[in-house]
Design a protein. Structure first.
Length: 99
């Protein structure tokens, strides 16, 4: 699946809900993470949208209007790796609880 990650400034966090009002974008897999939860020393959040090519294209168009910064491929891969590590860690924790 294709994905894109946007950097969203703190003052623009509320605009994420506006982006999600679009039906096509809202049908994609959406994930947000605060930079501090990913051990990234910035005052931003990351918005990951994963799904169809059409959905990603529409998200990119809308993100420009809402002043979200699309990450470069390299930076997106770094952030995505941290997100995946965080999700795997949480899944491992749940496995230990419900083992």
């Amino acid at each position: 699946m294709t994905y894109v990650i946007f950097e969203v400034k703190s003052e623009n966090i509320g605009k994420i809900n506006d982006l999600l009002k679009d039906d096509l974008v809202n049908r994609q897999s959406i994930l947000t993470r605060d930079s501090s939860s990913l051990n990234i020393d910035k005052n931003v959040s990351y918005l990951k949208i994963e799904g169809s090519i059409e959905g990603i294209k529409k998200a990119k168009e809308l993100a420009k209007e809402f002043e979200f910064k699309k990450l470069s491929v390299k930076k997106a891969e770094e952030v995505n790796k941290k997100i995946e590590e965080q999700e795997n860690s949480a899944a491992d924790g749940m496995g230990m609880i419900f083992g």
